[in-house]
Design a protein around this ligand. Sequence first.
Ligand code: BGC
Length: 514
Amino acid sequence: MAGGFVSQTPGVRNYNYKLTPKVFVTCFIGAFGGLIFGYDLGISGGVTQMEPFLEEFFPDVHRKMKSAHQNEYCRFDSQLLTLFTSSLYLAALVSSLFASTITRVFGRKWSMFLGGFTFFVGSAFNGFAQNIAMLLIGRILLGFGVGFANQSVPVYLSEMAPPNLRGAFNNGFQVAIIFGIVVATIINYFTAQLKGNIGWRISLGLACVPAMMIMIGALILPDTPNSLIERGFTDKAKQMLQSIRGTNEVDEEFQDLTDASEESKQVKHPWKNILLPRYRPQLIITCFIPFFQQLTGINVITFYAPVLFQTLGFGSKASLLSAMVTGIIELLCTFVSVFTVDRFGRRVLFLQGGIQMLISQIAIGVMIGVKFGTVGTGNIGKTDANLIVALICIYVAGFAWSWGPLGWLVPSEISPLEIRSAAQAINVAVNMFFTFLVAQLFLTMLCHMKFGLFFFFAVFVFIMTIFIYLMLPETKNVPIEEMNRVWKAHWFWGRFIPDEAVGVSAAEMQQKSV
Ligand code: BGC
């Protein structure tokens, strides 16, 4: 596709480039990496609702679920069942730390390949599981796969993308995640209707399809110019840059990549260096964004939408159907971010989405509180139940164009090359840790905090919105290896960035940013 783009951001360089089919196709395939994460996120909630699955592996939960007089808030509270869901995220946490070294030393694509491979083996363990041990080993292997993919794919996309469309391209990762979730929910809807054990086996076993897609994708993808330079393939990197930018005039961008690589060579231990004061802004933001993303409470919906809908009195089929609807809404609304993130910027989406989520969460809490009270028994009418589903959709839409995609985009674009892999590993590890915590604790929290759970998450959404307002500088259109200038110009973070890191005086930067 033709058409030149020029960066407008003050204080940063302008590169000329064309949006080439090559960069488009490459990022499209790269984004497949989100499918394995999404498929897993979407499949677990439905599978843990299937009676043959519960009967086979979790007979206690099955008995409790059948009991008519159970407190609605506590029907599904079982640590073992949640461990099935959440064990994956602990494994992903561990593997993301190893993935950072592979991504840096061997290139982004080999981390993606390994991710697909371990996920593939995990899907076989799960599909053929004969006992809880096989089930858990399978989950752990799937987790290793997710850790590798989530560590490498967002960085891959951010490095490949032209600066002015980095947000849109990177959001492809989130689109793939949600697409994986929706496909998984649809598969669950049909397999749940099959008699015996075949249903859950198909659901879990089909994880091999996205796994193969990312494996094959990784084999045919080229590596990013940034990674090629970092590993000493300078000529190849220049050719790659020219072919993805659609012009031979890439000298300025190439020089910036080379400078960034030179600087990164001074840093022998990214894990130790990331603790230096000059990387404090990136470190703090990289820790807080994934923490806050999970504390939006989104995965209460992702994992437990079917459980939540059953708690609200929906039948098991209607619950799966409603989960499908929320998934489709999330998918459609993610495109709002794709089309606006490079025009309006990250901050506007974060702030608008945050306010929308806050209001809808409070409304959901109030409605459930009024209907079930603190005792947790009662019946909810059809109109009220539909209203709650509508509020959940509004909440999900807000997440879909803010914290969902931006939770992966921002951490992948704010760090200089020398700490980028380590920072992304921290992002994944923190994300996975809190995904684990929410998955593990949600059912117990619902049982004890009841409708107050929605207020609990609302408080965090309030705090994170303020945090973004004060602490996150706008990064739209800024070339990835020029990001230090943005930090230097920030009212608070500027003090941590040494002048030589941007080659401009602090006063000059402050002035430019006004
Ligand atoms: C989050 C996941 C979430 C998914 C879908 C991702 O960005 O990291 O935790 O389940 O979006 O909502």
